[in-house]
Design a protein around this ligand. Structure first.
Ligand code: UT7
Length: 318
């Protein structure tokens, strides 16, 4: 039986930090409101000339350095992003070239908004389980600041920029126990960027019915806990760490409660990163691994919800 396991992780955050105090000068909000309603204190913002692929490259290089492997041994590259550098080629193809990978490995992007990393991880896991590849680089990254309306207090306070990467490879034992992907397009109007290539409009920014997204997210995250754990024959008490999508501390607390976990078993980065969409879970994972909280052999529960709506989870032994 083939399984996939994480070999190494990496991440990158842009240098510039934007605090809630700065946002107080842009929109009618307060540090107190933002912290109380979201848990966010600050977020990182990419330079004008800094792209999603730039962030992917740094995150991937840090994972490659940690793994100490030849980049040309990577059989597949998947980038989860909603803010690609170009319409095409994909950010994954641009990344392949930046990393000097010349082995002809497959490379493509996945677009599932804030659930993108969970989608990409699940796809890569299935490629490895099927035996068709041995090693994959999965990167989640978004430059949300480029699609934010800085006069909309309902959205501009929430998002940040960043990237995280994992190298996964074939193993004889888990690794990934199971993953679940879901979507319900009937909710597409509640969280969207209402402009695109074949349907351009004069509104290229993130628009969100925050409260409705919030309610859906809490329900979806609660539901997926039961579904995923029953599939892999694990009990809530077997999970060592919850590594959730970092959208709002209140949503994360509700999910932790559903798992019966105290907050000291949750990797929480939302205060410093804000919501980095595709980047948020791999950034949190890399944070927890590098600061020594997540150890080899720990069981991790990764879960996300995002525009679409999309939602999903990955349960794995690190
Ligand atoms: O990653 C993808 C998924 N995205 C999410 O998970 C985001 C989910 N949603 C949320 O995190 C929350 O809904 C928000 C943080 C966006 C908003 O929190 P809320 O507790 O749901 O607030 P609300 O939208 O119900 O608004 C409550 C009040 C409103 O004022 P009134 O109508 O009661 O007078 C808003 O206008 O708060 C007001 N408000 C703000 N006040 C100060 C909304 N944004 C702000 C703000 N500063 N930035």
């Amino acid at each position: 039986m083939n399984y996939s396991r994480i070999n190494a992780t990496g991440s990158y955050l842009p240098e510039r930090i934007m605090t809630n105090a700065e946002l107080e000068k842009l929109v009618d909000t307060t540090d107190e409101w933002i912290q109380a309603r979201t848990g966010i204190k600050e977020r990182h913002i990419a330079r004008d000339d800094e792209t999603t692929c730039d962030m992917c490259e740094q995150a991937a290089l840090s994972a490659l350095q940690a793994a100490d492997i030849d980049p040309n041994s990577i059989d597949l590259i998947i980038v989860a992003t909603s803010t690609p550098d170009l319409i095409y080629p994909s950010t994954a193809c641009l990344l392949q070239s930046r990393l000097g990978i010349t082995n002809g490995s497959g490379a493509f992007d996945v677009q599932a908004a804030c659930s993108g990393f969970v989608y990409a991880f699940s796809i890569a896991d299935k490629f490895i389980r099927s035996g068709s590849i041995k090693r994959a680089l999965v990167v989640g990254a978004d430059a949300n600041s480029k699609i934010l309306d800085w006069s909309d207090r309902g959205t501009c306070i929430l998002f940040g920029d960043g990237a995280g990467a994992i190298l996964i490879e074939a193993a004889q034992e888990p690794g990934v126990y199971t993953s679940n992907l879901h979507a319900n397009g009937a909710y597409s109007h509640l969280l969207q960027v209402p402009s695109g290539v074949s349907k351009p409009t004069d509104d290229p920014f993130i628009r969100m019915s925050g409260n409705e997204v919030f309610k859906f997210a809490v329900n979806a995250m609660g539901g997926i806990v039961e579904e995923t754990l029953s599939e892999c024959d694990l009990d809530k008490s077997d999970i060592d760490w919850l590594v959730p999508h970092q959208a709002n501390e209140r949503i994360i607390k509700a999910t932790a409660k559903k798992l019966g976990m105290t907050m000291d078993k949750v990797i929480l980065t939302v205060a410093e990163h804000g919501n980095t969409s595709g980047g948020s879970i791999p950034l949190a994972l890399d944070t927890g691994i590098r600061d020594g909280r997540i150890k080899r052999g720990d069981n991790l529960f990764l879960e996300a919800v995002g525009s679409g709506f999309t939602w999903g989870s990955v349960v794995l032994k690190y």
